[in-house]
Design a protein around this ligand. Structure first.
Ligand SMILES: Cc1cc2nc3c(=O)[nH]c(=O)nc-3n(C[C@H](O)[C@H](O)[C@H](O)COP(=O)(O)OP(=O)(O)OC[C@H]3O[C@@H](n4cnc5c(N)ncnc54)[C@H](O)[C@@H]3O)c2cc1C
Length: 308
């Protein structure tokens, strides 16, 4: 069973993240998604009920000083048991200390988690074409985004609305179309394709080595769509920084509203440490920018505001 720390310690820095809670929870399930890529399921109903697509939470291994700090992970899904959002899923790729440690976790492992954190994606365009552009593990926020945009699931219900037996709320005004353009290094690294198989979502793939989908970068899929007369009305993007920079420039050139979800390394996740700052434009001048914290002012920013 998850154990939520008492009310006083559940709330971090009121004013910054008043809704965030901290808990020590159990790993419920752990499964491979692709090469070096796994999905972890944590039992944490309080977080599952609050979190919305594009938000994230911090994960830490309790009782260890190496790695000492938590690491941020995007919401992949809240999972339903008997129609109740009872936990959170996140997908991760093994790159360093914590993710290597995590790859050995099994059901029953205790994990420290705090969230929900960050702002999430804005509401999708009503009756337009929403294009999700994902590079590598940057696909993780988009399962929940797609499900919600297509009206298949609603996230972030009030606790009362999530009571057993409650009927999930459906978005009334939603995009006419949702397309996912998803690129990875090679076929082996494409993760969660079965999850993305849902009614109404068109999935277009690319791989750097040509082993699946279009041979080349995922940005080529975006350019192809625009030049082929299938111009999206909005683009949400997450992936490696050079890819997001390229998507920013493509969207700017074609005057397409675009939001980028940054994956800046961060230490606290709730605005105290300033380790995750990024340059955000404040006016029109080339030097008219200031540092903003990815964890509280992001991780999702309007693309035109970011200075790479
Ligand atoms: C909002 C947000 C959401 C995110 N969501 C996800 C997600 O859903 N899934 C996901 O997989 N990731 C996600 N990330 C990224 C994730 O947080 C990092 O991959 C994670 O922090 C890595 O932790 P680690 O301890 O395994 O790696 P670390 O040990 O912290 O290493 C991080 C990187 O530094 C490199 N590195 C470490 N030590 C050295 C060294 N001595 N010299 C050179 N390089 C070194 C590693 O190879 C690795 O690439 C997200 C990030 C943010 C900000």
């Amino acid at each position: 069973m998850s154990q939520v720390i008492d009310d006083a310690s559940r709330v971090f820095l009121p004013g910054l993240v008043p809704d965030a809670l901290a808990a020590t929870v159990d790993v419920v399930e752990h499964e491979a998604m692709a090469r070096d890529t796994f999905r972890l399921r944590l039992r944490c109903p309080e977080l599952a009920r609050r979190i919305v697509p594009g938000q994230f939470f911090m994960v830490r291994a309790p009782g260890r000083d190496d790695p000492l700090l938590g690491r941020p992970f995007a919401l992949y899904d809240v999972y339903d048991e008997d129609g109740v959002p009872a936990g959170v899923d996140f997908g991760y790729i093994v790159v360093g200390k914590l993710t290597t440690l995590m790859s050995g976790w099994t059901a029953g492992e205790s994990v420290e988690v705090w969230g929900p954190l960050g702002n999430g994606f804005p509401p999708p365009p009503t009756d337009g074409h929403l294009m999700l552009v994902a590079g590598g593990i940057g696909q993780t926020p988009f399962l929940a985004v797609a499900r919600e945009a297509l009206g298949l699931r609603r996230y972030g219900e009030e606790p009362e609305a999530s009571a057993p037996g409650a009927v999930p709320r459906i978005i009334e005004h939603r995009p006419r179309r949702v397309t996912l353009c998803y690129g990875a290094r090679s076929r082996d690294y494409l993760a969660g394709l079965d999850d993305f198989r849902m009614e109404g979502l068109e999935v277009r793939l690319s791989t750097d080595d040509g082993t699946a989908g279009r041979h080349g970068f995922v940005t080529a899929l975006l350019v192809e769509a625009i030049e082929g007369g299938d111009r999206p009305d909005a683009v949400y993007c997450c992936g490696p920084e050079p890819m997001m920079h390229a998507v920013q420039q493509i969207c700017q050139k074609h005057a397409i509203p675009c939001w980028l979800s940054l994956e800046s390394p961060m230490a606290c996740g709730f605005g105290a440490c300033f380790s995750c700052v990024t340059r955000v434009r404040e006016g029109d001048g080339p030097d008219d920018w200031d540092y903003r914290r990815t964890c509280v002012e992001g991780p999702v920013f309007p693309a035109e505001k970011l200075v790479f």
